[in-house]
Ligand binder design. Structure first.
Ligand code: APR
Length: 230
């Protein structure tokens, strides 16, 4: 059985990583567009670099929760038949044992050079304008896909969604495209669809089944159920 799991900020909420849209459209006190758009970066690069520096540093304070661990456990049985596509830029899936992870919105622990367009693993800060390890220019930015930019690896995602028998959406508000369209792409090719979220979302009616509650409870329960049935 081939499964694609799409995850959003809700899966990391119980680890202490704040979601985007649960606090009046503000993300840690900032308008989302101010810190997650090329225009915001152009207007105030220092603010945006510092914002992501803090979030990158915060990764060492958080741990994967039961939902990340359950997906890691599921991959041990399914191997490459499980693909996790995440909109999250944290590294909690990897630390939860998943290896087949597609970060469609980039990663905090990566830097993108505006001069040479290369990407580099990055654990430190960027606000002090360090030199690019590739070309030496001081033009590194967070390797995050901002509003108006093109998500990574969409061909692979589309291929996996077309081949999937089951599509599961976990902890995403389904307000941001193209991820919000994945349920349609998968269903069109015959996949069963399941939404796991704290609440219903604007997309709930598009799923075959919806379960509401915290991801840290719902995901392990779903994984247990699935493994029992294999
Ligand atoms: N368990 C399950 N779901 C939860 C939990 C939880 N503990 N806590 C919150 N949620 C749900 C909320 O109900 C909401 O539907 O997680 C969802 C979080 O939604 P958003 O904050 O909109 O996050 P996400 O869908 O990942 O945002 C998508 O938008 O800003 C951009 O690029 C950014 O990747 C991000 C994208």
């Amino acid at each position: 059985m081939k499964i694609v799991v799409l995850t959003g900020a809700g899966i990391s909420a119980e680890s202490g990583v704040p979601t985007f849209r649960d606090a009046d459209g503000l993300w840690e006190g900032h308008d989302v567009m101010q810190v997650a758009s090329p225009e915001g970066f152009e207007a105030d690069p220092e603010l945006v670099q510092r914002f992501y520096d803090l979030r990158r540093a915060h990764l060492t304070d958080v741990e994967p929760n039961a939902a990340h661990l359950a997906l890691g456990r599921l991959e041990k049985t399914l191997g490459p038949d499980l693909l996790v596509i995440t909109q999250n830029v944290d590294d909690l899936h990897e630390r939860g044992g998943s290896t087949n992870v597609l970060h469609m919105h980039g990663e905090l622990r990566s830097a993108l050079c505006l001069a040479c367009a290369d990407r580099f693993e990055w654990d430190g800060d960027l606000s002090h304008a360090p030199a690019c390890p590739g070309c030496g220019a001081a033009t590194l930015r967070p390797d995050i896909v901002w509003f108006g930019e093109i998500p990574y690896r969409m061909e692979e995602a589309l291929q996996a969604l077309q081949e999937a028998d089951l599509f599961v959406s976990v902890g995403t508000s389904s307000q941001v495209y193209p991820a919000a369209a994945f349920v349609h792409w998968a269903a069109e090719q015959g996949a069963r669809t399941l939404e796991l979220n704290m609440n219903g979302t604007i997309a709930s009616e598009d799923f075959d089944e919806v379960r509401t509650g915290p991801a840290g409870t719902l995901v392990p329960a779903w994984v247990d159920e699935l493994l029992d049935g294999l």
